[in-house]
Ligand binder design. Structure first.
Ligand code: T3D
Length: 267
């Protein structure tokens, strides 16, 4: 277990578990938590023994986005200069989303409770999002005069279409986990008491998988909305070439021929 103040982080059985750990404030983001999450994500990326990221939150919430009390500028002081929120995104939120989306291994998010603001969109930056039935997703930004950030304006229309993306972003309503599943916003909602086991099972399956190939699948699908068919076919050709050169491809075919379970090494 690596020592941090605001998160828990440990790699075990191929799974890098990153738990946001400010439960009293619904795991909302302070500058320190940003630094620690960024550091843990860099470790996950660099650590070959970490073959899947599992992100979750401690306590009753997943993450309530920006800690609104952690602003350098007092919002009650009319003479204070406005904080530069563009700078905040550039320095802190965007690097997190880029790290998760660009991670060359799968990222699972176990949404254990409310996911609001940047917290919701950080979850949606992960590849597989599984939520407790009592959890919910709130694009809370419009309630404080902001726009969805942390990739929300990119991921929402892609996941649920423009009509639902606009409804969620403009109204800021709470979307319960089961509705999120029905809309295709997330992979699935499960009973609260089953979340940890189910998320662990999925992460373990991915961690024992052909990591390099799984990373290439993620890359191909992430790029698909920006490509026309021709460009996507070219991309598939290039990535398949890479996949075909892995040890795990050879092992997968050998295991199939020998009618046994494959033993993937992640390369
Ligand atoms: O840098 C930048 O600012 C730009 C980037 C912005 C990214 C963003 O995420 S902007 C959006 C920020 N987030 C929000 O606006 C959500 C605010 N929170 C809520 O609306 C509600 O807390 C929830 C709907 C998420 C949950 O409601 P509920 O009733 O279950 O819990 P609660 O009682 O409101 O919250 C529990 C505690 O957590 C409470 O503290 P207390 O009174 O017990 O000491 C509450 O103040 C605290 N808390 C919840 N969210 C935040 C927070 N404290 C600071 N910042 C928060 N975002």
């Amino acid at each position: 277990m690596t020592a941090y103040d605001t998160i828990l982080y440990a790699v075990e059985g191929g799974i890098a578990r990153l738990t946001l750990n400010r439960p009293d404030k619904l795991n909302s983001f302070t500058v320190q938590m940003h630094e620690e999450v960024r550091d843990a994500l860099d470790r996950t990326a660099a650590d070959e023994s970490a073959r899947c990221l599992l992100l979750t939150g401690a306590g009753r919430g997943f993450c309530a986005g920006q800690d609104l009390s952690d602003r350098a500028v007092d919002p009650n002081d009319p003479d204070a200069a406005a904080p530069d929120l563009g700078e905040s995104l550039e320095q802190r939120y965007n690097p997190l989303v880029r790290r998760i989306a660009g991670l060359d291994k799968p990222a699972v998010c176990a949404v254990n409770g409310v996911a609001a603001g940047a917290g919701a969109n950080l979850a949606l930056a992960c590849d597989i999002v599984i939520a407790a039935r009592s959890a919910s997703f709130i694009q809370a930004f419009c309630k404080i005069g902001l726009i969805p950030d942390s990739g929300g304006t990119w991921s929402l229309p892609r996941r649920v279409g423009l009509a639902r993306a606009k409804g969620l972003a403009l109204l800021g309503d709470k979307l319960p986990a089961e509705q999120a599943e029905a809309w295709g916003l997330i992979w699935k909602a499960v009973a609260d008491e089953a979340l940890a086991d189910e998320a662990g099972r999925i992460a373990a399956q991915l961690a024992a998988g052909p990591t390099k190939g799984l990373g290439l699948i993620k890359q191909a699908l992430n790029q698909s909305f920006d490509n026309d068919l021709d460009a996507q076919l070219d991309l598939e050709r290039d990535l398949q070439r890479e996949a075909g050169r892995t040890e795990d491809y050879r092992e997968g075919v050998r295991a199939f021929m020998e009618k046994r379970a494959p033993r993937f090494v992640g390369r």
